[in-house]
Design a protein around this ligand. Structure first.
Ligand SMILES: [Cu+2]
Length: 271
C-alpha cells in the first residue's frame, strides 16, 4: 500500500484529535477487532462420497483457527490435508473431472495441483505446517473406523505464510487419501505408486494415499479474485514459482530422511 499523501495524514490527524479518547482506542486495529470466520463446504472429489465442512477463523490476534469435520473418508487411515492456493491473486479453484489429464478416471494430486494450486499450509496435527510437511502423514489426522475425521488447530500468526488472513477467500482446502478399489486400505493394486510422492523423493507410497478425496472453496472465492496470469496450465513454459515442478524440487531438499522413513512405514503399515 502506498503511503498516504501528506495532506491525507494531516486531515486524518485532525480527525483523530477530534475523537474522544475511547473512540480513538477503538480506531486502532487489533484492539477491539472481532474474530472473523469463513465457511468451506468440502465436496467429494474422485467419487469417494466424502464430504465435510471447514471453518476458517481469523482471530483478533491474527492467528488462524481451522476446524474440519469430514465423513466418508477412508476409515482408519491417515489423510494428508492442506490449504491450497496462493496469496498473490492467482485464480486457483477446486478441479472437476476435466483435470483428469491421463484419463484413468481419477484426478491425481499432480493433475489437481494445476487447478487448486500449490500447498499453502499443511494442516498437520502437530509441529510444522509449511508445505515441507505436505506428506508428513504421521502428523496428519486419521479417520476413525466409520470414516469420520475431526480436526482442530490454531496456527499462530507468526507461523502463517504472508497474506494468509488477507487472502483467506482465495484459499481452499484439499483432503487426500482415497480407497479406489474399496479394500479398506491404501495399496498399490488400485492405482499404482504415487508419482507425486515419488517426485518429491518419497518412494513406495500408493497413489491412493495422495489422490485428493475432498476439495472445498470459500463460497464465491473463484468469482471474487482476479486472475493474475490465470491458472497455471502446466505446459512447462511457466516460470511462476508456484508451479508444481518447482514445488517438487524444493520438496526433495526439505523432506528429511527421517520423515520420509516414517511416512513410508506408516503408509505401508496400512496394508
Ligand atoms: Cu493437498
Amino acid at each position: 500500500m502506498p503511503p498516504p499523501a501528506t495532506g491525507d495524514v494531516v486531515r486524518l490527524s485532525r480527525a483523530l484529535l477530534a475523537l474522544p479518547v475511547a473512540a480513538l482506542v477503538l480506531a486502532f486495529p487489533g484492539v477491539a477487532q472481532a474474530d472473523e470466520s469463513v465457511q468451506v463446504k468440502l465436496l467429494d472429489l474422485n467419487e469417494t462420497g466424502a464430504t465435510g465442512t471447514a471453518t476458517l477463523t481469523a482471530t483478533s490476534g491474527g492467528d488462524l483457527k481451522i476446524v474440519i469435520r469430514s465423513k466418508g473418508m477412508t476409515p482408519n487411515s491417515p489423510h494428508a490435508q492442506h490449504v491450497h492456493g496462493a496469496a498473490n491473486g492467482m485464480d486457483f479453484h477446486c478441479p472437476d473431472k476435466s483435470a483428469d489429464a491421463n484419463g484413468n478416471g481419477f484426478v491425481s494430486t499432480e493433475e489437481g495441483l494445476k487447478m487448486y494450486g500449490d500447498i499453502f499450509i499443511s494442516l498437520t496435527n502437530t509441529g510444522d505446517t509449511t508445505k515441507a510437511s505436505g506428506l508428513a502423514v504421521d502428523r496428519m489426522p486419521k479417520a476413525d473406523a466409520q470414516g469420520n475425521l475431526t480436526y482442530e488447530r490454531t496456527i499462530p500468526a507468526a507461523e502463517l505464510p504472508e497474506g494468509t488472513i488477507e487472502h483467506l477467500k482465495d484459499l481452499h482446502i484439499v483432503q487426500h487419501g482415497i480407497d479406489a478399489n474399496n479394500n479398506g486400505t491404501y495399496d498399490m493394486d488400485a492405482l499404482g505408486e504415487s508419482t507425486f510422492a515419488k517426485s518429491i523423493g518419497v518412494n513406495g507410497i500408493p497413489a491412493e494415499a495422495t489422490d485428493p478425496a475432498t476439495c472445498g472453496m470459500v463460497s464465491g472465492a473463484a468469482a471474487g479474485s482476479v486472475p493474475a496470469g490465470g491458472v497455471d496450465t502446466g505446459d512447462g513454459s511457466t516460470t511462476d514459482n508456484r508451479s508444481p515442478m518447482l514445488f517438487a524440487v524444493g520438496g526433495v531438499a526439505l523432506l528429511g530422511a527421517a520423515g520420509t522413513l516414517v511416512a513410508r512405514r506408516r503408509l505401508v503399515g496400512q496394508r
